[in-house]
Design a protein around this ligand. Structure first.
Ligand code: NAD
Ligand code: GLY
Length: 367
């Protein structure tokens, strides 16, 4: 095992598991000690990530599995759909994989969400392990068991709650992440401050430059604290009957941006960045936070290299197009959009708002 590693536990009874965070874990068989073992493992990745980290993961798993197959999916959010998902089932069936086969998701959130969904469906459920290689996936998507694919009408609309059995976050892999992707991951880190932990928000304000410079100690703290907060929230409300919705701060606007621009044009984290500014502005206009809080959040998002204004989705009726897309959000009830708002710094709530007010926010916050 590497010199430096930490663990965060997800307390979900028999579905509980550990998140292991440290350096050099992909090269370490010990990091996978608590992974299920079986005759067969399948590593699901994409060409970009597999070419950098596939060999190391395979080597780390050799002692635990008699055979290790690989399937590579086309890279990118535009491919997070049924056709791509089917490539995983094709590979599992072609290799006679049985219901003990363990899937390993080696990649960012796209690979993790699709591998998890495939694991939930194949033979009605096979075990899977998350090996997240983007900052976004290490701080958010690999933890908590949300798995999904996109539908042209809405983001992550088809999926399942299905927990991994282990998450292995190797901080070394963040060295090869393009800067734009690092920024996208920081959006999901930043969100934990306003919704839950303003002390962490203060820390982020002091350390955002170190994070952008990939300072290892700063990244380790950000990943661990994000995982702790996410683990606590998921432990309280695994299937989002209430509390877990706070993790979607900025996502209602952000998902509309992603779908409206065409999946992949704006990165998920970029949509969340601009979306958090819009959700904070809505909170201000609802009288829940003051203007200085909105400016503070906006400044941090900007310093993380993220957009703070949403794109124009429709020149004729931009707010109307946002509203149309946001009605398909999973939090909507009977066609009424529900927003995660900040009800005083460090505390989130879920609220509806009059369309007229939401239109004002969109008009104020889009380029
Ligand atoms: P991604 O999976 O598309 O990865 C981003 C890019 O980085 C890809 O091109 C990938 O090949 C590349 N890459 C990955 N690791 C790399 C590395 N170490 N070095 C160099 N390049 C690397 O994007 P993402 O931001 O990781 O994930 C976004 C997805 O996550 C969205 O689909 C979003 O909906 C989902 N998500 C899910 C949850 C959840 O709870 N399940 C939470 C947040 C986001
Ligand atoms: N990323 C939001 C959630 O996991 O609930």
């Amino acid at each position: 095992m590497s010199e430096f590693y930490e663990q965060v536990a997800i307390d979900l009874g028999e579905r509980g598991y550990r998140i292991v965070i440290g350096d050099g874990l992909l090269m370490s068989a010990n990091a996978f000690e608590s992974s299920p073992s079986a005759r067969t493992a399948v590593i699901v990745s994409n060409p970009q990530v597999a070419s950098m980290y596939g060999v190391a993961l395979r080597a780390a798993l050799l002692g635990r599995f008699m055979q290790i197959h690989e399937v590579q999916l086309p890279d990118g959010e535009a491919h997070k759909n049924w056709q791509t998902l089917n490539l995983i089932f094709d590979a599992l069936l072609q290799n006679n994989c049985d219901r003990k086969t363990v899937l390993f998701a080696l990649g960012g959130g796209v690979i993790g969400d699709m591998t998890g969904f495939a694991a939930a469906c194949y033979m009605r459920g096979v075990p899977f392990v998350q090996v997240p290689t983007t900052l976004l996936a290490q701080v958010d998507s690999s933890v908590g068991g949300k798995t999904a694919i996109n539908h042209p009408m809405g983001k992550n609309m088809v999926g399942a709650f299905y927990q991994p059995q282990l998450v292995v976050c190797d901080l070394d892999v963040l060295d090869t992440l393009p800067l734009r992707e690092l920024s996208a991951g920081l959006a999901e880190v930043i969100k934990y401050g306003p919704i839950y932990d303003m002390a962490f928000f203060d820390w982020l304000e002091q350390n955002i430059d170190a994070l952008m410079a990939r300072d290892r100690a700063a990244l380790a703290h950000a990943v661990r604290r994000s995982c702790e907060i996410k683990a606590w929230v998921v432990g309280q409300d695994e299937r989002e009957s209430g509390l877990r919705a706070i993790l979607n701060f900025g996502h209602t606007f952000g998902h509309a941006i992603e779908a409206g621009m065409g999946y992949g044009a704006w990165l998920h984290g970029e949509g969340v960045g601009a979306g958090m500014v819009m959700a904070a502005e809505l909170s201000f206009r609802l009288g829940l936070v003051d203007a200085s809080f909105v400016s503070r959040l906006k400044r941090l998002i900007e310093r993380a290299g993220l957009p703070t204004r949403g794109p124009v989705l429709d020149a004729a009726d931009n707010a109307g197009r946002y509203l149309e897309l946001m009605r398909v959000d999973k939090k909507s009830e009977a066609g009424e959009i529900r927003f995660v708002v900040i009800d005083g710094p460090g505390k989130a709530a879920v609220r509806s708002a009059p369309d007229s007010l939401v239109r004002e926010v969109i008009d104020a916050c889009c380029a």
